[in-house]
Design a protein around this ligand. Sequence first.
Ligand code: ZN
Length: 390
Amino acid sequence: MLKLITGAEVFSPNYLGKKDVLIADGRIMAIEDEISPTSVYQSCQVIDATGLKLVPGFVDSLVHITGGGGEGGFHTRTPQIQLTDATLNGITTMVGVLGTDATTRSLPDLLAKARALTFEGISCYCHTGSYQVPVCTVTGSVRDDIILIPDFIGVGEIAIADHRSSFPTIEELSRIAADARVGGMLSSKKGIVSIHMGDSTDHLDLLEKIIKATDLPINQFYPTHINRNIGLMNAGKQWAMDGGYIDLTTSTTEMDLANGEPRCCEALAELLDDGVDIKQISFSSDGHASLPIFDNEGNLVGLKVGSEASLFNEVRDAIQQFDIPLETAIKVITSSPADILGLKDKGRIEVSADADLVLLEPQSLAIHTVIAKGQVMVESGSAVVKGTFE
Ligand code: ZN
């Protein structure tokens, strides 16, 4: 079925002006000033988007799709994601990862859930490996997992600088990164190494030592939760200045904010002011993670669940509260993560890219319509396609 979106202001994410966008077989077929649904396109469905803004579907590079946690015992294991948790929030591409618990949660379960979400209409990839080292794998090797299993595009999140990590050595983490790199090379993937950053004051020291001690390039690593505290933010800024990628987490708890965790919108404004290239910055939701709240002695005193809604909320606030242009801010959840993850057909509105699209209201920037691989998932802010058990 052909679809024609007419009259929207298109941000590819770069501003293209008012354009018509033709979708065929799940991909973008044409972007022109005017396309008329003539007899050639008799079965063409026309979506009148006059006055709306068209942006690429959002790429969320870290989601606990099978749930995460629970650091407060079995009853605090967070639930798995449902399709509309993603689509209602504009997310059309996700990367699923395991979290703190790789004992009661497993990679086969993660793979099955990613395939379920892809079947239901969005694009869901995942990383092999786990928070702790030695990492879990399906085949027995990170390299083989990435080469042989199409869904696996990298490894992680591997925890460092955190009291919940397994404190990997330089040698252990270098070996994992080298395996991911070669696995990626042999299967045309990025083989990115997602790193969970904790609260410890070592910050990015371990990664910096690996870059110095080995031939691994800085952009093999993709540290996340960089806005966890000011010290880590500053270390992350330097890491980005040196050519590394940084990922900021949009899910925060009230206590995190009270403890001085900078919000993503605020952190983005600061990073851009200091000259960090937008191509090196992404946001992820850490959706469905357990967000434990610890006191100063490390005791668990509260628990929240990461929200996928926070992903675009922080981008919207960056635009509306920090005056960052839409075409710049939107890159942190579209082209930047797509490029960092090596997802060539994602994160951009261009001919032959996947037709993953979001229409936004002009003033409020509320999500109006969401299209994934050419299928309308959300219309006028309501889900028209639901997950199997929703
Ligand atoms: Zn994490």
